[in-house]
Design a protein. Sequence first.
Length: 143
Amino acid sequence: MAELLADYPVQIEIPVAWGDMDAMGHVNNTVYFRYFETARIRCFEELAEGAGDSEGVGPIVHSASCRFRIPLTYPDTVTVGARIGDIQADRYVMQHRAVSHRHGAVAAEGETLVVAFDYAAGAKALIPSGLRDRLAQFRGQPD
């Protein structure tokens, strides 16, 4: 299983809860976005360490997608990995992968487009240089 997440510098284990399942008997599609969010927040926390002054600029989610590979069911645990993909002047892609412990396989993969946002001005902004340097450290290799 480790090889499935070897290129994901941020990883978090999440137990599949009984309440995550829907009437079809598997984890509801919306729950995967919560799993990705949990990994994304952990990644944001790690990115902030050593990034310096954010200049009042923070992340805002532009869009998110998910490709479902195998259904998850209770009981199980997933390890969700996060890494940085494409980096542009004002945005970057965070890539996610959820791996089922029970199946030893990728359950889902997704991407979140994150835009640098100046919350005081209410507008997108350029990624501060310190954060840009940190993003490069969390960048994965294309599959």
